[in-house]
Design a protein around this ligand. Structure first.
Ligand code: GDP
Ligand code: MG
Length: 163
């Protein structure tokens, strides 16, 4: 079986944008409970000679703050169950938020390898923003722009080290 890589993070950090960048052929949209945003989208992906599957988590985030936090937790836990490696995505323009801390706490409890990627660093002058995320405790934050497609090679190099 191919390794599974899940993209996890609070809403709006760019998970689906990153997924679409990395995705080859889409496999399925899995919705296991109507009304609850537990749907995950799976795709095949490849980096160098390594083939793997990626999961986009999150779906459409609606509801009040408590509901969204509950779904963030639920998604992070599902990803931990299914994935071999987790890409923890944060937003380098917004900076660190309490919802990021919430995700971090769940991921820390897992035994799975977590790669921290700081998205939306399109502008080279903002690259230093990644250092704000060191305090999450997942090692060196990797700067990327899912929108522009930069930094993805460095990110995937780290990911495939854990296969
Ligand atoms: P998700 O909720 O985590 O899946 O986030 P989306 O992929 O839906 O993206 C949320 C918003 O961030 C959208 O408006 C995207 O266009 C924007 N976005 C995603 N990646 C980037 C990026 O690298 N740079 C910038 N500037 N915006 C981005
Ligand atoms: Mg999304």
């Amino acid at each position: 079986p191919k390794p599974v890589v899940a993209i996890v993070g609070r809403p709006n950090v760019g998970k689906s944008t990153l997924f679409n960048r990395l995705a080859g052929e889409r496999i399925a949209i899995v919705e296991d409970k109507p009304g609850i945003t537990r749907d995950r989208i799976y795709s095949k992906a490849q980096w160098l000679d390594r083939n793997f599957h990626i999961i986009d988590t999150g779906g459409i985030e609606v509801g009040d703050e408590d509901e969204i936090l509950m779904r963030i937790r639920e998604q992070a836990e599902l990803a931990i169950d299914e994935a071999h490696v987790i890409i923890f995505l944060v937003d380098g323009l917004t900076g660190l938020t309490p919802a990021d801390q919430e995700v971090a706490e769940i991921l820390r409890r897992s035994k799975k390898p977590v790669i921290l990627a700081v998205n939306k660093l399109d502008d080279p002058s903002k690259l230093h923003n990644r250092f704000d995320f060191y305090e999450l405790g997942f090692g060196e934050p990797i700067p990327i722009s899912a929108g522009h497609g930069t930094g993805l090679g460095d990110l995937l190099d780290e990911v495939i080290k854990h296969f």
